[in-house]
Design a protein around this ligand. Structure first.
Ligand SMILES: [Zn+2]
Length: 446
């Protein structure tokens, strides 16, 4: 697969003896492959022995080396609300439980420690890049830098008083502030805007949010066509579907990411394909809230780029992209009564290269190729539930768990090795969140 340039002397890191699942367009899988990493980049990917001397060598014998997973939709601070309230319809869950709890408890401290906890959970289950949308996103941005993961962090925009944004008139301004202050600090961190939905943001707010995002070539995320309740509300207010509503506001393009996209008409899907709008599919959240099933095979047939997201840890309730892949494929099969749809290979693509494409990072991450950033994970295959192996894609979707991830590398930096997080105090992070949860518990059961 080639080399970037010749290097005299040592490369920073070399991973040898493992099976390398590249997720390149040609789909090479190299037995006993070698990946050399230098200056944060993949320097070379070769089959067989690699004679480059390296500062650090990881022996991946009996293991699978693959691109880090990309989670394109979550709300990381919400790990503090994991399991606080479940088994309710979306509207009641949001209005009676989540929004009130957020009003009382979300501050920069909760946002930071909740994000750190989510980052730990993500790195320990193989996610190296994620896209987030919430409030106090500067705390999320700080957690991203401290965790070492790669992320697109987006300040939430909503037309009522929100945590940290008591005046909704300031919502878009605050989102722009985040981009200005944090957008260029670190190559692993990018900023965007997260407009909550068509039913919580006015047409004017949506238009302003999109214009602001465009000014920085930033992404705009929006929960879209998630429930029948939303379809009814938008139909009554605007006489059209939520997708048609966005089209009329002129905000459908390849830098707009529709999250969920469950209740789509044929016309909606044609429009999304024509505008090259991107999708984040979050099957576990849609199942838990009984929102419905996204028409993923029909979107893919039309050429829409679809990626995978876990949604927030309060609506899933974990951030393991391996279980998300498993559920994603099986849900489509049973819903369409077609075991041939949502193949394992297509599902792994959505969680790697597809995610990178949705985030506009396809030239940087999502596959193991010389010249890309070195975001890699190593999976230990020496386990009873992973024996024997006939097909790696099948294993990744139907058998591997997040806890089988052994080593995690972002930008060439080893964050997790042999399941040990090298640079963070996991005990302290969990303790901080437990302390926050005590306050929430006291209030809930007062
Ligand atoms: Zn969401």
């Amino acid at each position: 697969l080639g080399k970037v340039t010749e290097i005299s002397g040592l490369v920073d890191l070399k991973i040898v003896n493992g099976t390398v699942l590249t997720m390149s367009t040609a789909g090479e899988i190299l037995n006993r492959g070698a990946v050399a990493v230098h200056n944060g980049m993949i320097h070379s990917v070769t089959s067989g022995a690699e004679d480059l001397p390296a500062r650090k060598v990881i022996d991946a014998k009996g293991k699978l080396v693959m691109p880090g997973l990309v989670n394109t939709h979550t709300h990381v601070p919400m790990s503090c609300f994991r399991g606080l309230s479940d088994d309710l319809p979306l509207r009641e869950w949001l209005e009676k439980h989540i929004f009130p709890a957020e009003g009382l408890f979300v501050n920069s401290d909760l946002a930071y420690w909740g994000s750190m906890l989510s980052c730990l959970e993500m790195m320990l289950s193989g996610t190296t890049t994620f896209a987030d949308g919430y409030f106090f996103e500067e705390s999320v941005a700080q957690a991203v830098l401290d965790s070492g993961l790669r992320a697109v962090v987006c300040q939430g925009v909503i037309d009522f008083p929100a945590p940290g944004v008591p005046d909704p008139g300031e919502n878009v301004h605050r989102a722009v502030q985040l981009i200005r202050e944090w957008g260029a600090r670190n190559s692993r961190l990018r900023c965007g805007i997260f407009a909550h939905s068509t039913y919580t943001c006015s047409p004017e707010t949506l238009r302003r949010a999109k214009t602001a995002a465009n000014g920085y070539e930033a992404l705009l995320f929006i929960h879209l066509s998630e429930t029948l309740d939303e379809i009814k509300q938008i139909g009554e207010r605007f006489g059209c579907t939520p997708v048609r509503h966005l089209e009329e506001l002129g905000i459908m393009d390849q830098r707009t990411v529709g999250v969920h996209c469950v209740w789509l008409t044929d016309e909606d899907m044609d429009l999304m394909a024509r505008r090259d709008m991107r999708v984040s599919y979050t099957p576990e959240s849609e199942m838990k809230l009984a929102s419905g099933v996204s028409p993923i095979p029909e979107l893919i047939r039309r050429g829409v780029v679809v990626s995978l997201g876990t949604d927030g840890p309060a609506s899933n309730n974990d951030m393991d992209m391996f279980t998300e892949m498993d559920v994603s494929a099986k849900l489509q099969k049973v819903h369409n009564l077609d075991p041939t749809c949502a193949s394992a290979r297509e599902t792994v693509w959505m969680a790697t290269s597809g995610g990178a494409k949705v985030l506009g990072m396809e030239n940087e991450v999502g596959s193991i190729e010389a010249g890309k950033r070195a975001d890699l994970i190593i999976i230990n295959l020496d386990k009873p539930h992973l024996t024997p192996i006939y097909d790696y894609y099948s294993h990744l979707v139907y058998a591997v768990k997040g806890s089988d991830v052994d080593t995690v590398i972002v930008d060439g930096e080893v964050l997790v090795e042999d399941r040990r997080v090298l640079h963070l105090d996991c005990g302290e992070i969990m303790d901080r969140v437990r302390r926050i949860s005590e306050k929430i518990r006291k209030h809930k059961y007062a």
